[in-house]
Design a protein around this ligand. Structure first.
Ligand SMILES: NC(=O)c1ccc[n+]([C@@H]2O[C@H](COP(=O)([O-])OP(=O)(O)OC[C@H]3O[C@@H](n4cnc5c(N)ncnc54)[C@H](O)[C@@H]3O)[C@@H](O)[C@H]2O)c1
Length: 331
């Protein structure tokens, strides 16, 4: 037996507000803002850490989508008081509009092993990726529960939150497993009491973004090595395999319209122009089979004949092709 709420007609979102955290660096959140404004006619609140980022997002949204309202708000999702102020700002700016969607999308990533990550990096990762999502739920969900309007609450985890931890990004993967689990709990907590709110967890595969660089910049700003005034929206590097943020956002809303809970956005056609998917479901299945068998397949920890790959998850068609084409391999 399975039951989520009824399908949502995306046309119901027109004229409602989409709130997107982590939207200021031209990554996944920015793609969601553009799609929600341009395709769904939603008003947009683009949130991120620094004034320069959200001012730029606000300006670009206002000029590209004059039919909807757009607001940029600088807000640190690890600080509940900043989210409370953000909600008051949104209520004052949009007195007559309902919240139609919240994307708790802000995130951070340090590419390091457990032993090489500092405790500060662990704390930042768990604070932003997990507590930041919890803070965002606590800030906005009660208002959505008080309204009968249909709405979406979507957290951003990662495909890394569904597959086995395989070293290298241990803190990130641990945080993303937590996001998947807490979002499942959220669905259970509110499904019967607030059926007007659809809960989803976004688990992207590979999307164009500058996440590692932005995470480093934000850490340097936090430690005083970098001035926030010198931080400007990133230009994500392109690679042959990644989804653009626009086609990724299309896939997100397609899966929401299909009433999927796990928005596992693989690099598949028509969202990419190639036939080298991440093959996420195969890797999810492998983990589930390991669990049923009470084993951990860590064969990927041992050098292959070419001696290069220490992973058991980056094994799909995309990575096999990327290795052939080196040095263009995705991160
Ligand atoms: N790009 C991918 O391939 C991919 C894959 C899986 C999951 N994700 C997840 O998608 C989300 C968006 O990442 P992205 O890849 O678009 O990179 P991104 O760097 O464009 O987005 C992350 C944003 O979060 C912001 N942020 C960090 N700490 C914050 C804080 N305390 N308060 C508010 N904002 C904060 C950053 O400034 C940044 O703009 C993240 O949660 C990431 O883990 C990305």
């Amino acid at each position: 037996m399975s039951k989520q709420q009824d399908n949502l007609d995306l046309a119901e979102l027109k004229g409602k507000i989409a709130i997107v955290t982590g939207a200021g660096n031209n990554g996944i959140g920015w793609g969601l803002c553009k799609h929600a404004a341009g395709h769904l006619g939603m008003h947009i609140v683009a949130m991120d850490l620094h004034e320069n980022l959200v001012d730029s997002a606000q300006e670009r949204l206002r000029s590209a989508y004059p039919d909807v309202k757009a607001l940029g708000i600088a807000c640190d999702v690890t600080k509940p008081e900043e989210l409370a102020t953000a909600l008051s700002t949104i209520e004052a700016y949009f007195p007559d509009s309902e919240i139609g969607a919240v994307f708790a999308n802000a995130g951070t990533l340090f590419h390091k092993t457990i032993l090489k990550s500092s405790i500060e990096e662990w704390a930042t990762t768990l604070n932003v990726n997990v507590i930041g999502v919890v803070n965002t739920i606590k800030a906005f969900l009660p208002k959505m529960q008080n309204s009968e309007a249909s709405s979406i609450f979507c957290t951003t985890a990662s495909v890394g939150g569904l597959v086995r931890g395989d070293g290298g990004t241990a803190s990130y993967q641990a945080s993303k497993h937590a996001v998947v689990s807490l979002t499942e709990s959220l669905s259970f907590e509110i499904a019967s009491r607030s059926p007007q709110i659809r809960v989803h967890v976004l688990c992207p595969c590979i999307v164009e973004s500058a996440l590692p660089k932005n995470s480093k910049t934000n850490a340097q700003e936090e430690s005083g090595e970098f001035d926030a005034n010198d931080i400007h929206p990133s230009s994500p590097p392109t690679n042959d395999f990644a989804m653009t943020t626009e086609s990724h956002a299309q896939q997100v809303f397609d899966l929401i319209a299909e009433n999927k809970f796990y928005l596992l956005t693989d690099n598949i056609r028509p969202y990419v122009n190639h036939d080298y998917p991440f093959e996420a479901l195969n890797i999810v299945k492998e983990r589930m089979e390991n669990i049923l068998d009470l084993t951990l397949d860590n064969a990927g920890a041992f050098p292959t004949e070419s001696g290069d790959v220490k992973t058991s998850t980056l094994t799909g068609a995309m990575f096999r092709e990327a290795r052939k084409r080196k040095p263009q391999a995705p991160e």
